[in-house]
Design a protein around this ligand. Structure first.
Ligand SMILES: NC(=O)c1ccc[n+]([C@@H]2O[C@H](COP(=O)([O-])OP(=O)(O)OC[C@H]3O[C@@H](n4cnc5c(N)ncnc54)[C@H](OP(=O)(O)O)[C@@H]3O)[C@@H](O)[C@H]2O)c1
Length: 237
């Protein structure tokens, strides 16, 4: 049974990807900070697969140690998805209004923690010839008012995945921009606004599954470019 570690898998894209992998026979290790949501997610996933849910903040070294121990106990890791992320302060302030402490927290969660977690589980990834996916954003390559700290962190996340790819050519390493999704994080970025026109995060999962099935060369991808091709239905006679 292949093993995936998905950070931030109690809600949103992380949960939807976990649910799809569980249905496909993957064993899962998941985390998040809020125990009630994590327990609820784990209970739903447990009907489909073996799930280890470890509560904690990905920026906490002790929590990462617990994730590393769970992976080490299984001896291999087929897929690592860095999905947990923070926007930083919301409503999103101009960059000049972001305090150094707030900026540091965004970098800690979105860049330093994924880099440290990857390093911690690298032996298990090597054993499996594994895949590393960093969930990025168009904010990594575009410039939007208010998104400076988050965008800089996602650009750095892309960069560390590019470096990991050249340092470990035996692994597949992707930074993936999922596109806009109707989630708690997206609502926090647009407080008070109706975001019901944004796609459900479940709609992004087929693109991630296709990427994992086809394993193109390591690099940055947009989920929109990996949506499975829909063949037109047969015209009834
Ligand atoms: N939604 C969008 O439009 C959009 C667009 C582009 C990129 N993205 C990216 O897509 C990914 C998923 O976002 P989403 O919209 O699905 O978010 P979401 O629905 O808000 O879910 C975020 C998940 O991560 C967990 N999490 C957050 N901070 C954490 C931390 N410090 N340690 C451990 N777990 C943490 C959350 O649980 P707790 O809060 O309980 O910890 C939750 O399970 C993120 O990397 C995001 O940057 C999203």
């Amino acid at each position: 049974m292949p093993l995936a570690l998905i950070t931030g898998a109690s809600t949103g894209l992380g949960y939807e990807l976990a649910a799809a992998l569980a249905g496909a026979g993957w064993e899962l290790i998941i985390d998040a900070r809020r125990r009630d949501l994590l327990d609820h997610a784990a209970a739903r996933l447990a009907g489909r697969s073996t799930v280890t849910a470890i509560r904690g903040d990905i920026a906490d070294p002790d929590h990462r140690g617990a994730l590393q121990a769970a992976v080490a106990a299984r001896g291999r890791l087929d897929l690592l998805v860095h999905n947990a992320s923070t926007l930083g302060p919301t409503p999103l302030p101009q960059l000049s209004q972001v305090t150094p402490a707030e900026f540091a927290r965004v970098l800690e969660v979105n860049v330093i923690a994924p880099a440290a977690l990857t390093a911690a589980v690298l032996p298990a990834l090597h054993t499996a010839g594994g895949v590393v996916v960093g969930i990025s954003s168009d904010a990594a390559v575009e410039h939007y008012p208010g998104w400076g700290a988050y965008g800089a962190a996602k650009a750095a996340l892309d960069h560390i995945h590019g470096t990991l790819a050249v340092e470990h050519p035996e692994l597949h390493v992707y930074a993936v921009d999922p596109g806009d999704m109707r989630t708690e994080m997206h609502q926090a970025a647009f407080p008070g606004q109706d975001i019901s026109d944004r796609p459900d995060p479940a709609t992004v999962v087929p693109a991630l599954l296709r990427l994992l099935a086809e394993l193109p060369p390591s690099g940055r991808h947009r989920a929109a470019d990996w949506q499975p091709i829909r063949r037109p239905g047969r015209v009834p006679a």
